[in-house]
Design a protein around this ligand. Structure first.
Ligand code: MG
Length: 262
């Protein structure tokens, strides 16, 4: 078996599969190709705001045929982490209903008093009151877990504060660093390994960002393929000390490369 055969693709969404609400060229064909070859793949996102079901509906609306079982968000990975690596039974959650439902679905109580851990995700209704509560609980000894460390997220043509910025305020106030779950940390690989049987050498992250997707590959020592359909340009790539295993102009090139190696 060659280095590039039977890769298990962990495919970033925004900038790789779609741009905002528009599908990216060859995304549909690439996904269909993987399905026809019975290959294991997941669409992955650091954003815990929407459930896998809601994201599946979004991509299906772009005629990209992916079900929720093929989508992993940082909320899924966080819930796995809480169950497998902590003794948390009651959580105070700063985040979306989708994140709360995911955690509650694993048997952890969602509470507003006396939690044993504080979970921080993307919360568009974050307030001083929530910051204060989270800080107090952590000072009282609760664990501190953050779904993802991203400082900003694109919103149309602008950047808006993301989970990392919310967690930073609580970190400053409490003097405690959170356990960060999303890329580039390793926990996504733990979740994938629980769902499917594969070797670490088969993992390959596909994405458009050097500082998250490709850095995840570098940090976790797995293959990383950069696609130039999102934020990174060839110029950015030349200047960066974060380098992918391979670069493709688009998913069509990647599909042809994969076909040659399988
Ligand atoms: Mg992206």
């Amino acid at each position: 078996m060659g280095v590039y055969s039977k890769l298990v693709y962990l495919i970033d969404m925004d900038g790789t599969i779609y741009r905002g609400t528009c599908p990216i060229e060859y995304a549909k064909e690439f996904i269909r190709y993987l399905q026809q070859k019975n290959r294991i793949f997941f669409l992955v996102t650091n954003c815990p705001l929407n459930s896998a079901g809601a994201l599946a509906r979004k991509v299906q609306g772009m005629r990209i045929d992916v079900g929720p079982g093929n989508i992993i968000t940082s909320a899924d990975v966080t819930a796995d982490y809480l169950v497998s690596s902590t003794s948390c039974s009651k959580a105070y959650v700063v985040g979306s209903d989708a994140l709360k439902e995911k955690i509650a679905g694993r048997g952890i109580g969602i509470v507003s008093e006396g939690p044993d851990c504080v979970v921080v995700g993307y919360d568009t209704e974050f307030s001083y009151e929530k910051m204060k509560k989270a800080t107090q609980f952590i000072l009282d000894g609760a664990g501190f877990i953050c779904t993802n460390g991203d400082s900003t997220i694109p919103d149309g043509n602008k950047l808006v504060p993301h989970t990392g910025a919310i967690a930073a305020s609580i970190e400053t106030a409490s003097g405690t660093k959170p356990v960060v779950i999303g890329k580039p940390e390793r926990y996504l690989l733990d979740t994938v390994s629980r769902r499917v049987k594969c070797k670490k050498e088969q993992f390959c992250v596909v994405g458009d960002r050097l500082d998250t997707d490709i850095y995840f590959g570098v940090k976790q020592n797995i293959l990383s393929f950069l696609v130039l359909t999102g934020v990174t340009t060839i110029d950015d790539l030349k200047k960066s000390n974060i380098q992918p295993t391979k670069v493709f102009n688009n998913l069509c090139e990647l599909m042809l490369f994969d076909e040659e190696n399988n």
